[in-house]
Design a protein around this ligand. Structure first.
Ligand code: HEM
Length: 314
């Protein structure tokens, strides 16, 4: 069983992840994008005396990079989120909805820091950035081992994101199992991690040796690391294998999304569809020529009627 959980399942999950991501990227790359289709919400670049919006309607690569960076690092479009509500009256009211932005920021940043901190298990010597993150994250200096701020923040953000789906009736209606599952998985991974750190401690030297051997493709089964470590690892493996087939793949998808990664230079450059070919069409004129007597007999309006045609003939 140790061999299965320590070696077979982690490698199987990694292989499924890699194949799944390649499959996804190939599918995205195969989708034809003949024209510029960026989403925009600002003035497009046109005449020099009309002020254009460099970020909300980027016309150059630097604008695209700027918009993408603000989106990926700070979820800029989510910051402008609005929600519509039916209030007593009845009035249909739009309001700003920044809680989701805050929850998403706290969740994603905490997760990133936790994952970067985990690099300490896979590297020797530990990179300076990882040590720095550890000391900054443990600034509370509360208890031993030190309590990490990101653990608390991640738990709070996950609880918020989960409860928001349950409590808001509209959101509950549109939520699927695929929306709850990743939140529950991450919650379970974080819970087992925190338990391991603070209550049922594991031998971290053993974990480090195991993780480094696994990364070097020279796997070994760790001795006496406790069942909780295997639960933590198995949950991580399920999440990794599930990743490419779920909504979590937005992490890579955002970079390949043509509505985000293209500059809107349609007025400056003519984009010709490279797949353009002559299509055999049947125009309305031809259609009417074919069916005019039948259409007139059925009382359908026609564009060219017989009398005009007769006059034309004269
Ligand atoms: C999706 C990936 C993962 C997530 C979200 C995650 C999350 C967490 C969290 C929140 C903790 C609590 C303590 C802390 O923040 O450091 C933790 C601890 C821990 N995790 Fe993970 N983990 C992941 C992957 C892994 C992997 C692949 C390993 C195997 C090497 C691992 C081994 C551990 C160990 C040994 C601890 C206890 C650390 C300590 O006692 O300081 N985790 N994990």
């Amino acid at each position: 069983m140790n061999y299965l959980f320590a070696i077979v399942i982690p490698y199987a999950a990694a292989i499924i992840f890699l194949i799944g991501i390649v499959w996804r990227v190939v599918r995205w790359a195969k989708a034809p994008v003949p024209f510029r289709i960026p989403t925009t919400c600002g003035q497009q670049k046109s005449l020099p005396w009309i002020q254009s919006s460099r970020l909300d309607n980027p016309h150059s690569t630097s604008g695209v990079v700027g918009r993408m960076a603000l989106e990926i690092l700070f979820f800029r479009s989510l910051f402008r989120n609005t929600k519509a509500d039916l209030k007593l009256g009845p009035w249909f009211v739009y309001g700003s909805a920044r809680w989701l932005w805050l929850g998403a920021m706290v969740f994603h940043w905490s997760l990133l820091i936790i994952l970067l901190r985990h690099l300490r298990f896979f590297t020797e010597p530990e990179p300076a950035l990882v040590s720095l993150l550890q000391s900054l994250d443990g600034f509370f200096q509360f208890g031993l081992p030190v309590l990490f701020a990101t653990d608390l923040l991640l738990a709070a953000a996950l609880a918020f994101l989960f409860l928001r789906r349950l409590i808001d009736r509209k959101l509950r209606y549109i939520s699927l199992a695929a929306d709850y599952f990743p939140l529950l998985m991450l919650g379970a991974i974080a819970a087992t991690g925190v338990l391991m750190r603070h209550i049922y401690k594991v031998d971290l030297r053993q974990v480090k040796e195991y993780a480094m051997n696994l990364a070097r493709l020279n796997p070994s089964v760790p001795q006496d690391v406790g069942v909780l470590f295997y639960v933590h690892l198995a949950l991580v493996c399920v999440l990794i294998a599930y990743f490419p087939f779920s909504k979590l793949v937005h992490m890579g998808g955002i970079f390949l999304s043509p509505t985000r990664n293209l500059a809107n230079n349609s007025r400056a450059r003519r984009h010709i569809n490279p797949w353009d070919y002559d299509v055999k069409v049947h125009t309305y004129e031809e259609y009417e020529d074919e069916f005019r007597p039948v259409m007139i007999a059925a009382g359908l309006p026609v564009e060219k009627n017989e009398r005009i045609e007769a006059k034309d003939a004269d």
